[in-house]
Design a protein around this ligand. Structure first.
Ligand code: ADP
Ligand code: MG
Length: 728
């Protein structure tokens, strides 16, 4: 009997929901362990508090002596909450979060000790950078890296540790993390969008990018997960035949949440509340055992931190509930994968959502300005946007079941399409008073304030406008949102800078009125960016053909997609706006390629192991049972045995045929790996893994899955899809 599998099943079937107490209201729990403004007022001197606020609002540096005051206050607060340690909490390019805890405790001689946490320790730390991905930025003999406090994201206490959100840079000052370029990109969009927003309201002095992510994930019982080496090591199944019933009946989506899962969610949400992560929505997703969690949107940098923190908390809470969280974009073949929709908008310090239509023609012109500039930016940079969401795991999702294609396009709905069609007809040059009145009344004025309820939702678009925000749907569930957010804010920022220049030059050079100039520039943008707009079914074959005709990219795999990162145009884009210098971009490219290679290499090894050490021996065992049976029949029936053993012998032969294919497939796959491993250049190697190694996955899997259907269930060692997806 396949012991581990059946033990795991038994364990799973005996589980009860873990009790979760909810004594306090959510609103009372919210932000309890966060160094919020009101806490700061309580624990900081007036000067120190002002200085943090200023750093937040204007990016002004915090003075070292003030930092000493802040750290003292922070320490007092943390200790009062039971914290014993502090850490700079950062997001290296591994895709997870990193922390190295230090105790507040310090000896002062004479056998005495105190709690200490100075400004220096708050502001900067020096972790060894050599074990984090650096893409060649760091010399081997210069291992130093620095983490530095990011005062725009509040410190929080997790467990008994004070966590200080930080950036991570090399000795040379180059970014080694996700946060540094994001902060730079957010500065770009702030400046650019503020300048444009001033056309409409002089009082605007700051624009924030906002982000609301939706995190999809699978929950699998921990015992079942442990019974599958592929889930354990790769976070996804590399083989497994589809169950008779999957998601065909749509009976999981928005269904009642299973009790064990609900307990998990409740505890998770409690932890999120305490840490100030404003989670709001929870529900079953389309695939069995797939779920989603979404927060209320926040300022983009904070939202990114909160998503990273959430992913970490989820695993820990899941453990207490005997679950494993699968963030992988495609843990199971044949059913929906997981994404992380990035809902994005821009919001002014006067409280206006720049992508939300308004109540007056002027407000709507402002909306259209930001709306059309975003579309133009996406049009001009679609390939870069595609690159930013590329990963080995997201490759399985993009273009697959119920997932956006690898083609970037924007969906805006019929109402806004009509508006843009009208604006395209605006007169070249100065507008007549009649035309302006007409426009204001019948085009711009007709955009309803509440588009939200009127926008059609097109779930097949990779970058859809949804009433008062854009939703970047192609982002993968494992992604750090900082990547797409860095690129999106950079390209829209650049676009807005361009726009301002063009409008100003019409105002000054052609003596146009502001409105006329804006209409003129927008008209050209609408024409120029038409190709990126698509209202039809993004999952269809027709769209692939149409997109090709339009000259849109369709980079189906990561190595192909990543190339856009290092084109001359894109290196210049990042460098000109000081988001990333050439060294940083090239290092990231290298790191992404390496990660891709490693992921495919690891999966290839796992698949080889499972197929050779689990599937083939089990199949032979079953073959022997059949052969023994045939021998027995021969003993009893003599020459007549053929009549009774025909089927058995057919199965015996079928098994042999599959085994042969699996075995030769593995041998060839290993050869392909060896060849790839000899390659020096990461790019060439990544392509070799993609084109020469990965294709074996499918053939090997195919034959393993066929064997799963033939072999006696009692001895099949790998927990089946049916069991993974339907046991709770
Ligand atoms: P769905 O896409 O599932 O229909 P909603 O449209 O209600 O769900 O919202 C999805 C996410 O979009 C939520 O996390 C929400 O906070 C976020 N969101 C709403 N408004 C904005 C905005 N102005 N900027 C960024 N995110 C937003
Ligand atoms: Mg959504």
């Amino acid at each position: 009997m396949a012991t581990l599998r059946f033990q795991a099943l038994k364990e799973t079937l005996n589980r009860k929901p873990v009790e979760v107490e909810e004594k306090e209201r959510r609103s009372e729990l919210f932000g309890k362990n966060v160094f919020t403004e009101s806490v700061m007022r309580q624990f900081l001197t007036k000067e120190a508090y002002q200085s943090v606020k200023e750093a937040n609002a204007t990016g002004k540096k915090i003075d070292r002596t003030i930092a000493d005051h802040i750290s003292t206050g922070m320490k007092e607060w943390a200790i009062s909450k039971g914290a014993t340690h502090y850490t700079h909490w950062f997001q290296p390019l591994t895709g997870t979060t990193a922390e190295k805890h230090d105790a507040f405790f310090e000896t002062i001689g004479d056998g005495l000790a105190i709690e200490k946490f100075g400004g220096g320790q708050l502001v900067q730390q020096e972790p060894d950078a050599s074990s984090f991905p650096h893409g060649g930025i760091r010399n081997t003999f210069e291992a130093r890296g620095y983490t530095a406090w990011d005062p725009t994201s509040p410190a929080f206490i997790y467990g008994t540790t004070l966590c200080i959100p930080s950036v991570f840079v090399s000795y040379t000052g180059d970014a080694l993390d996700f946060k540094t370029p994001l902060l730079r990109a957010l500065q770009v969009i702030d400046q650019a969008a503020t300048d444009v927003a001033k056309y409409f309201d002089k009082n605007v002095t700051k624009v924030q990018a906002t982000l609301g992510w939706e995190q999809e994930y699978f929950l699998i019982d921990s015992a079942l997960a442990a019974s599958r080496p592929d889930i354990q090591l790769a976070g996804r199944t590399l083989l497994g035949h589809s169950p008779a019933k999957g998601q065909q009946l749509d009976d999981h989506y928005f269904g009642s949440i299973p009790p064990r899962v609900l307990s998990f969610m409740r505890e998770l949400e409690k932890e999120c509340m305490v840490l100030g992560v404003p989670v709001k929505t929870r529900h079953n997703e389309v695939a069995p055992n797939q779920f989603e969690l979404a927060p209320i949107f926040e300022e983009a940098n904070l939202a990114v931190d909160h998503n990273s923190l959430l992913m970490d908390i989820m695993q820990r809470v899941a453990e207490r509930h005997n679950f494993v969280v699968l963030f992988h974009e495609k843990p199971f073949a044949g059913i929906n994968g997981s994404g992380k929709h990035n809902n994005w908008s821009l919001s002014t310090d006067t409280g206006v959502n720049l992508l939300g239509p308004g109540s007056t023609p002027m407000k709507n012109l402002q909306f259209l300005t930001f709306f059309i500039n975003t579309i133009k930016a996406v049009h001009d940079n679609e390939e870069l946007l595609r690159a930013t969401i590329a990963s080995a795991s997201n490759d399985h999702r993009l273009g697959a079941n119920e997932a956006p294609p690898a083609i970037i396009s924007t969906f805006i709905g019929s109402q806004l399409t009509e508006v843009l069609d009208e604006l395209e007809k605006v007169t070249d040059g100065k507008l007549s008073p009649q035309e302006k009145t007409e426009l204001k009344l019948n085009v711009v004025g007709k955009i309803p304030e509440i588009l939200l309820d009127n926008t059609d939702r097109n779930r097949t678009s990779s970058f859809a406008f949804t009433g008062n925000k854009f939703e970047f749907r192609a982002v993968g569930s494992t992604a750090n949102c900082a990547q797409p957010m860095t690129v999106l804010n950079t390209i829209v920022g650049k676009q807005l800078i361009e726009f301002k220049k063009e409008v100003d030059s019409l105002i000054k050079g052609k003596k146009m009125k502001k409105d006329d100039a804006i209409f003129n520039v927008l008209r050209e943008y609408i024409k120029d960016s038409k190709n990126i707009r698509f209202e039809g079914d993004g999952y269809s074959q027709d769209w692939e053909k149409e997109a090709e005709k339009r000259g849109l990219s369709n980079n189906k795999n990561t190595p192909e997609a990543l190339k856009a990162m290092v084109t001359e145009k894109n290196i210049a884009l990042f460098a000109d706006l000081n988001v990333m210098n050439k060294v940083e971009v090239e290092a990231r490219y290298e790191i992404e390629l390496e990660e891709y290679i490693m992921k495919i290499q690891i999966e290839s090894r796992i698949l080889g192991d499972i197929a050779r050490n689990h599937v083939i021996p089990t199949s032979i065992r079953y073959q022997n049972i059949l052969i023994k049976n045939v021998r027995g029949l021969k003993d009893i029936y003599g020459d007549d045995f053929r009549k009774y053993s025909k089927e058995q012998l057919e199965i015996v032969e079928e098994i042999s045929a599959h085994i042969a294919k699996i075995n030769s497939g593995i041998t060839e796959m290993i050869e392909a790996r060896k060849k790839a491993n000899k390659m020096e250049e990461a790019e060439e190697k990544a392509f070799a893994y993609c084109n020469d190694v990965k294709p074996f996955f499918e053939t090997i899997r195919y034959h393993c899955d066929k064997l799963e259907l033939l072999i006696d269930d009692e001895i099949w060692p790998l927990t089946k899809y049916r069991e993974l997806l339907f046991t709770r």
